[in-house]
Design a protein around this ligand. Structure first.
Ligand SMILES: NC(=O)c1ccc[n+]([C@@H]2O[C@H](COP(=O)([O-])OP(=O)(O)OC[C@H]3O[C@@H](n4cnc5c(N)ncnc54)[C@H](OP(=O)(O)O)[C@@H]3O)[C@@H](O)[C@H]2O)c1
Length: 252
């Protein structure tokens, strides 16, 4: 057990933003549990931290499964002794089709992963953080620009990300008496597998197709480390980080 470092859990750490954030937290001195469904990708994400990987552990986890989430939090506390930061990052979208063509299963897959998964992880984190000594900790939810404005044909994803804003505010309010803070990072167009299709062009609000600028995922990882490192007396409730020239500001 190593108690000299702060301890973080990152969900969806096998790829993209979660992988970059997990590695950045390791490099910043954290002990980090990398969680996701794909074991090989989790292990290679961890290994990409080089020597800092010795402070990490890969835990195969499905955030749609409450028992799997409980096992993740139990394993983390067993190995590292406490929990200081949860980054609720795992997320998916649904096919971009008219809402009448969406199946209930497609809707539920997005809500179960993005919203209920974040609730279940926050619930486990809350339980640990309110009773550990020293008490408290920080929950960082991955929102999106879609927490403010939808893309065309994105009802499940947009609804889940709007709901995350409510979860963040509730956690921030209810956590006060236990020294638990909650933050939300609203990202726009980080270069990951999820946004790869933007390089070929994606539908805009007016129906045209346009290639969109993306930013290096490292800027997101740096933002996570900044929020994680704040003392518990200070909080970033909402932070937006986006590709400067993506269509959002100025109605497009
Ligand atoms: N990229 C952007 O510009 C952008 C913008 C706004 C918000 N976001 C948000 O950022 C988060 C990560 O996105 P990304 O761009 O990094 O996407 P990504 O490259 O597709 O990575 C998604 C991650 O989520 C994990 N995941 C999906 N379902 C899971 C489940 N049931 N249980 C555990 N892990 C699961 C995946 O791991 P496994 O497949 O191994 O399980 C993977 O590690 C999402 O919440 C997304 O909505 C991204």
């Amino acid at each position: 057990m190593n108690t000299s470092n702060k301890v973080a859990i990152v969900t969806g750490a096998s790829a993209g933003i979660g992988k970059a954030a997990g590695v950045a937290l390791l490099r910043a001195g954290y002990c980090v549990a990398f969680a996701g469904r794909r074991e090989t990708e989790l292990n290679s994400a961890l290994a990409s931290a080089g020597a800092d990987a010795t402070r990490g552990v890969a835990v195969v986890t499905d955030v749609t499964n409450p028992a799997s989430i409980k096992a993740l939090f139990d394993a983390t506390v067993m190995q590292f002794g406490r929990l200081d930061v949860l980054f609720n990052n795992a997320g998916i979208g649904a096919p971009p089709v008219d809402i009448d063509e969406l199946t209930v299963d497609q809707w539920k897959a997005v809500v179960d992963t993005n919203l209920t998964g974040s609730f279940l992880c926050a619930r486990e984190a809350f339980r640990i953080m309110k009773t550990q000594s020293p008490r408290g900790g920080r929950i960082i939810n991955n929102g999106s620009i879609s927490a403010y404005a939808p893309r065309p044909n994105s009802a499940p994803y947009t609804a889940s990300k709007h709901a995350i804003s409510g979860l963040t505010k509730s956690l921030a309010l209810d956590g006060r008496k236990y020294d638990i803070t909650a933050s939300q990072l609203d990202i726009g167009n980080a270069a990951t597998e999820m946004t790869e299709r933007m390089t070929a062009g994606v539908m805009q609000a007016n129906g045209t197709i346009a290639i969109e600028p993306r930013m290096d995922v490292k800027h997101v990882a740096d933002a996570i480390v900044h929020i994680a490192n704040l003392p518990l007396e200070a909080n970033v409730l909402f932070m937006n980080i986006m590709a400067s020239k993506m269509p959002f500001v100025g109605r497009g």
